[in-house]
Write a protein that binds this ligand. Sequence first.
Ligand SMILES: C[S@@+](CC[C@H](N)C(=O)[O-])C[C@H]1O[C@@H](n2cnc3c(N)ncnc32)[C@H](O)[C@@H]1O
Length: 203
Amino acid sequence: MDELTDTQRRFAERYEEGRVPWDDPTPPPEIVALADALPPGRALDVGCGYGRAVIYLAGRGWSAVGVDFVPQAIAEAQRRAAAAGVSERATFHAASATDLAFLAPPFDLVIDVGCMHSFTEEMLAAYRDEIVRLLPPGGQYVLFAHLRQASDPEREDGPRGIAEATIYELLREAFRLERVERGVTQVEDRPPWNSAWFWFRRE
Ligand SMILES: C[S@@+](CC[C@H](N)C(=O)[O-])C[C@H]1O[C@@H](n2cnc3c(N)ncnc32)[C@H](O)[C@@H]1O
């Protein structure tokens, strides 16, 4: 999949050059609220980066798995989990979100903070199929994505984002939308773009 290789190279360069604006010790407040509200279970973070959400969840008794296709990010996530004393409950894999065959269901929670919004149609379908396989009915899928209008041209200065309608169409058959919060995200000195948090329930 050439598109996958391109995106992987782009992200690997960002990590190598330290252009990682999402590197923060704590996960976003939406994930903190989730971890505090739910009883500990089994969680999967797709596109986990340096593992901030996995480490936070593991610290609260969850058994948490992080997947990212940049090996350098995974190595650092493992180092941080060890430093936080949660290695036993925090597992990391260097792999693509589009092929998670090495993971077995069931998970109680799947989160994606800024990963799938840069996928092609083909990658989105493979990713959706994996989440459907891993998350049984009743499970929760929480997504943060940059949004764009279907008619918007691709941008040079940031993630392309995904049309909200594409998300709903992709998940329509297996998920019910419980809540959505739209907002605007600004990273570094780039122009702001639309974004949203989505809380889905597996049906
Ligand atoms: C914006 S960063 C967010 C990282 C992390 N979720 C966080 O909030 O700290 C997106 C992450 O998704 C990863 N990613 C993008 N496409 C991926 C794919 N196809 N498979 C696995 N990871 C992917 C990138 O390497 C990057 O670490």
